[in-house]
Design a protein around this ligand. Structure first.
Ligand SMILES: Cc1cc2nc3c(=O)[nH]c(=O)nc-3n(C[C@H](O)[C@H](O)[C@H](O)COP(=O)(O)OP(=O)(O)OC[C@H]3O[C@@H](n4cnc5c(N)ncnc54)[C@H](O)[C@@H]3O)c2cc1C
Length: 375
């Protein structure tokens, strides 16, 4: 299908929505993006990225910016709580022989890189704006906006995230986000020279670190919490330090001592959602966390949302009509996204139950092998 000057609306300017804008502008579509947050912010934690994400960055055209501003590294090191080496897991170089197999970056930095690329591509961005009505008719989709504008589109892409209003509007019976029984702690700390890539310590909880730039790294730690109750931010530092107490590894001890007011601690209960197909109705299609929000056990939620954007643009370019493109898009994406959400959920469940370490590492290996496949 020739997309030149076809009008496309993207609802939501997260990683998935921005990636869709960049790819569709390459096909010369006229792309509007509405983002409800007037500041277009992304909260200040680190994010871990696998080789498949860096491969997607290469296609998007943001790999060089990522390599400049983030940290690209090979392999993952696992240790016992006392710091003795346990395993060294290779990460295949999926973005090319010249690009390490994974990495990390601060979320606001990645969001800025994508936002700059979105604008540079020629997307019309409306901040502090959302849709009020969506009417899918014979001639196109008529949309009204909170700023009073009205416009007709050939396609609407909803990338408005886990609590998507578009999903609620179009698919009122879709599953709701579900609490997983775990929460994750993250903090930003200075990066010592010995941290050359992601490291994890396998104790009663599993703290890990990943570099996010030349001089910073982020600490992540998943905690089992049967009840999703409120945690007072005034207690964050004490709680996070207490969770690191069982670890005698010198690096973990140093990190524990560094946890103070500058550590930018974020606590986040983990939720998941996998919406069964269809992922579209008429000319409105749902992508990213809107249809497949995963817990971070495979560090691949952003990856599959960004890949959705690449595949959607590819299917639109090759199909005869919008509907057949959307059908092909959802069928091409389903298995990979289901795998990430369900395997991540299972990994969390094994951790909660104190279940088989063999099953955990086997599932991890299988998932990594599946993620390495082409999209
Ligand atoms: C604790 C945690 C850790 C994670 N760690 C990793 C990791 O290490 N690696 C990884 O790959 N993934 C990770 N993920 C997953 C990753 O963050 C998400 O999968 C990804 O951010 C989803 O992007 P998205 O664009 O689909 O949705 P979102 O990031 O939710 O973006 C949605 C956007 O839409 C906007 N919006 C919402 N409602 C409206 C509306 N009505 N109108 C207009 N705009 C609207 C929002 O403001 C937002 O900008 C993690 C997730 C969590 C919760």
């Amino acid at each position: 299908m020739n997309l030149a000057q076809r009008r496309i609306l993207i609802i939501g300017g997260g990683f998935s929505g921005m990636s869709a804008a960049i790819e569709l502008r390459k096909l010369d579509a006229a792309v509007d993006l509405v983002e409800i947050d007037p500041g277009w912010r992304n909260y200040g934690a680190g994010i871990s990225l696998g080789g498949a994400t860096l491969r997607a960055f290469r296609q998007l055209g943001i790999l060089d910016a990522f390599l400049r501003e983030g940290a690209a590294t090979d392999g993952l090191q696992a240790f016992l709580p006392n710091g003795a080496p346990l395993a060294s897991i290779p990460t295949p170089r999926l973005a090319g022989p010249d690009v390490p197999g994974g990495g990390g970056i601060m979320r606001p930095t990645l969001a800025r890189i994508l936002a700059e690329a979105t604008r540079a591509a020629g997307t019309t961005v409306h901040l502090g704006c959302t849709v009020t009505t969506i009417d899918d008719g014979a001639e196109g989709v008529d949309v009204a906006f909170t700023d009073g504008r009205r416009a007709r589109y050939d396609l609407v892409i909803a990338a408005d995230g886990l609590y998507s209003k578009t999903r609620e509007r179009l698919f009122p019976d879709a599953p709701k986000p579900r609490y997983s029984g775990q929460a994750v702690w993250r903090a930003v700390l200075p990066r010592p020279p010995e941290v050359t890539g992601p490291m994890m310590w396998m104790g009663p909880v599993k703290p890990g670190v990943n570099p996010v730039s030349a001089d910073e790294m982020y600490l992540f730690l998943t905690e089992n919490r049967p009840v999703n109750d409120h945690v007072d931010p005034a207690t964050f530092e004490t709680r996070l330090r207490a969770l690191l107490e069982p670890f005698s590894a010198p690096l973990v001890r140093t990190m524990r001592d560094q946890i103070g007011p500058d550590a930018r601690i974020i606590f986040r209960p983990l939720e998941g959602l996998l919406m069964p197909r269809p992922w579209y109705r008429g000319r409105v299609v749902l992508i990213g966390d809107t249809v497949h929000a995963t817990t971070p056990h495979l560090a691949s939620g952003a990856c599959i949302g960004i890949e959705d954007a690449l595949v959607l643009a590819d299917e639109l370019a090759r199909a005869d009509g919008v509907e057949s493109a959307l059908e092909a898009f959802q069928n091409r994406r389903w298995e990979r996204c289901r795998m990430v959400v369900e395997n991540s959920g299972r990994l969390g469940q094994i951790e909660i139950e104190g279940g088989s370490k063999e099953e955990h590492s086997q599932l991890m290996r299988e998932s990594m092998a599946a993620l390495a496949q082409p999209i």
